[in-house]
Write a protein that binds this ligand. Structure first.
Ligand SMILES: Nc1ncnc2c1ncn2[C@@H]1O[C@H](COP(=O)(O)OP(=O)(O)O)[C@@H](O)[C@H]1O
Ligand SMILES: N[C@@H](CCOP(=O)(O)O)C(=O)O
Length: 321
């Protein structure tokens, strides 16, 4: 249940007085999500999402995230559009926490992604990279290769309670990734968390992309590697080469890959798996007793990482260069 902060009727009326979207007709907490408090807000002007930002998002980063959403939506990318206040700003305060209202996107995220979903995600990811290419301000990735070892160290020996020997295996894999990580690939804005629960479909078409709160500047094909991991493995752990072929094919039809980008996919996919293994491991080991949110399984990402260690090259993902 992701409603950490409740809003009283008076607070909501006071908030909406700062906007030009009429009065509240209904405001309901949304159970999905993990990090922030989200409300489905119906006003005289239609449906919106009201988000109260909780612990994870740094308040100083919020103007960057919201400016990125405005930039992408101006270029026709199907993401939430921040609603401007009467004073022109996009951020408000509720109970001393930052809050924003964005447009409501129709659709549902796919519970069982199919190859056609993978195709649509590859296509949308390339569109996002192209649409963001002229977005000026930068936000460094604070979960990139140099941040993984400190995060692993914060997990400590508890990793071995999750799987015997895991702490050492992670340390050895980090040695490889830190050495092999590509330094000269094209960079730009990446979504960095484009998992199925952040992509909506309506009538079999991709209708929206949400949750840009990990977006940052990094290697563009690293984003594709994150998506390969998130969309192209089955619940039993098997890699689905058909989905990967669809995703990579759709991506490079819109944004062609250079040879170095293509060749780097296996190491980027290992790194992407390491990034989610470590954040999940940290959350698993630091999960408060009785918390509403169920932590995600870190070992799912250890198995994905192991798959990428065994591939002979990027052709294993279904397409030749
Ligand atoms: N712009 C939007 N349009 C429609 N639904 C949204 C929108 N933003 C968020 N949601 C709903 O809120 C849920 C949680 O949003 P999300 O951004 O994933 O939260 P968190 O960052 O807390 O994980 C989503 O699964 C979706 O149901
Ligand atoms: N996609 C991540 C978790 C991030 O949570 P979100 O609710 O912000 O999407 C994972 O699966 O580990």
């Amino acid at each position: 249940m992701a409603v950490y902060t409740e809003i009283g009727d008076g607070e909501l009326d006071a908030l909406l007085a700062d906007y030009e979207i009429g009065g509240a007709i209904a405001c309901t907490g949304i159970a999905e999500g993990v990090e922030n408090s989200n409300f489905l807000l119906q006003t005289d002007a239609g449906m919106f999402i009201l988000t109260i930002y909780e612990k994870r998002v740094k308040p100083d980063d919020l103007p960057w995230f919201l400016a990125l959403l405005s930039h992408l939506s101006d270029r026709g990318f199907p993401c939430p559009v921040p609603v401007r206040r009467r004073d022109g700003g996009v951020l408000s305060d509720i109970r001393a926490k930052p809050a924003a209202i964005v447009s409501f996107l129709k659709g549902r995220w796919p519970r069982k992604p199919l190859p056609r979903h993978a195709w649509a995600v590859g296509d949308a990811l390339a569109s996002l990279h192209l649409a963001a290419a002229d977005f000026g301000p930068e936000r460094p990735n604070d979960l990139s290769v140099g941040d993984w070892r400190p995060l692993a160290e914060r997990c400590g020996p508890g990793a071995d309670d999750v799987r015997s020997g895991l702490a050492d295996e992670i340390a050895r894999e980090l040695d490889v990734l830190e050495t092999a990580w590509p330094r000269d690939l094209p960079r730009g804005i990446i979504h960095a968390d484009l998992f199925p629960d952040n992509v909506f479909f309506l009538d079999e078409r991709l209708s929206g992309v949400i949750d840009f709160y990990f977006a940052c500047n990094d290697i563009l094909v690293y984003d594709l590697a994150i998506c390969l991991n998130a969309w192209c493995f089955e619940p039993d752990g098997a890699f689905n080469i058909t989905k990967a072929r669809q995703m990579l094919g759709a991506y490079r039809a819109r944004r062609p890959l250079s040879r170095p980008e293509f060749d780097a996919l296996p190491v980027l996919a290992r790194g992407a798996a390491m990034r989610f293994l470590l954040t999940r491991l940290y959350d698993w080991l630091n999960h408060p007793e009785g918390a509403f949110v169920t932590p995600k399984n870190p070992l799912e990402y250890w198995r994905k990482l192991d798959f990428h260690r065994g591939v002979g090259g990027a052709a294993a993902y279904g397409l030749d260069f």
